[in-house]
Design a protein around this ligand. Structure first.
Ligand code: NAD
Ligand code: TDX
Length: 332
């Protein structure tokens, strides 16, 4: 049994990870989360209180971070401003949390010699052409497009520098697009599912030909736990489950699974700088650490996710109107 600090553990992927850790290990977890608009204590409801403690606070608060690092063996760092569209309207919080926040955690990891795992994204590599036979690997050059992805790229580089310069015991993972329960309604899949549940037509940016490489959040969690347990210090691992789909196909599948005509959606204004395609080659993680995804059937995973949103309206309803007003103001 060890003590684990999970930053951003009240967000989408962080809360899925905490559920995964409680179900699959005997670790005790401290969640450090600022509970921004994206964080929700209700995502941790039902977990055993003697194993999970939520501390509301900012990862850029150095005294708080220092105190928490003195209580744990390992840290998994999910906390971030995570939404590309928000980063195009107001980039500042992305610098504060993703850059200064990560720096603050690295200084504490250095002071306390704590094992540190940094969660990042495939978006640091920029995008691929639709017909490019190559996928992203650990050696693809960084080429981020948006304020969000550039701050994530910056945070990755800070981790690498703290490993090399100060010997911090860290690993990094870059994962593709996640879906599953507890994802904020601002994101693509939950937005379209909750639109359908509300009788609103799904909204596709631009032509809808953009490709994302979908992985279930629980598979992301098992990969992170594998890296934490077996990963080589200083290394980067790409996480993906061979789930490439274009956005149009995802919207059509949501409509079909909801017994609606598959053309009952609207095209809306495109995202400025919209990355065309992401695709992950996760050979290193699979061959070196023996990881494999469990959710191999996207349609079944999506159907279960639709069901989760249908059954948990009280979790998402408070955020829905504000999100739709934000998108409507941008013609999206
Ligand atoms: P999210 O927005 O759902 O959750 C982020 C969490 O961080 C929230 O609970 C929020 O309250 C918290 N937070 C924000 N600023 C904070 C601060 N200054 N101090 C403490 N807590 C703070 O995001 P997510 O989609 O769960 O993403 C989690 C991580 O995974 C991020 O680092 C993101 O870059 C990465 N990632 C996400 C995806 C994806 O598909 N969503 C894919 C790859 C990587
Ligand atoms: O209403 C929409 N309609 C639409 O067509 C929304 C919200 C999005 N889209 C498109 C844009 C993207 O091509 O769907 C795709 C997915 O959009 P998002 O859910 O915003 O995800 P993305 O921009 O791909 O980034 C996500 O994956 C990588 C996460 O939000 C990031 O945190 C992660 O790093």
């Amino acid at each position: 049994m060890s003590q684990l600090l999970v930053t951003g553990g009240a967000g989408f992927i962080g809360s899925n990870f905490v559920h995964h850790v409680i179900a699959n290990t005997d670790h005790e977890v401290i969640v450090l989360d600022k509970l921004t608009y994206a964080g929700n204590a209700a995502s941790l409801a039902g977990l055993p209180e003697h194993r999970v403690r939520l501390v509301q606070g900012d990862i850029a608060d150095a005294p708080l971070v220092d105190d928490l690092f003195s209580q744990v063996d390992s840290v998994v760092h999910y906390a971030a401003e995570s939404h590309n569209d928000n980063s195009l309207s107001d980039p500042r919080p992305f610098l504060d949390t993703n850059i200064v926040g990560t720096y603050t955690l690295l200084e504490a990891a250095r002071a306390h010699d704590v094992r540190f795992h940094h969660i990042s994204t495939d978006e640091v590599y920029g995008d691929l052409e639709l017909d490019d036979p190559e996928r992203f690997t650990e050696s693809t050059p960084y080429n981020p497009s948006s304020p969000y992805s550039s701050t994530k790229a910056g945070s990755d580089l800070l981790v690498r520098a703290w490993v090399r310069s100060f010997g911090v015991r860290a690993t990094i993972s870059n994962c593709s697009n996640n879906y599953g329960p507890y994802q904020h309604v601002e994101k693509f899949i939950p937005r379209q599912i909750t639109n359908v549940l509300r009788g609103i037509r799904p909204k596709l940016y631009g032509t809808g030909e953009n490709v994302r490489d979908w992985i279930h959040a629980d598979d992301h969690s098992s990969a992170v736990l594998t890296i934490l347990e077996k990963g080589t210090l200083g290394e980067t691992y790409l996480i993906g489950a061979d789930g490439e789909k274009d956005n149009k196909a995802v919207v059509e599948l949501i409509l079909r699974l909801s017994d609606l005509p598959t053309d009952a959606y609207d095209h809306v204004s495109d995202r400025p700088g919209h990355d065309l395609r992401y695709a992950i080659d996760s050979t290193k993680l699979r061959t070196e650490l023996g990881w494999a995804p469990r959710y191999r059937d996207f349609e079944a995973g999506l159907a279960a996710t639709i069901e989760w949103y249908r059954e948990n309206e009280s979790w998402w309803a408070p955020a829905k109107d504000g999100v739709e007003a934000f998108y409507a103001s941008k013609g999206q």
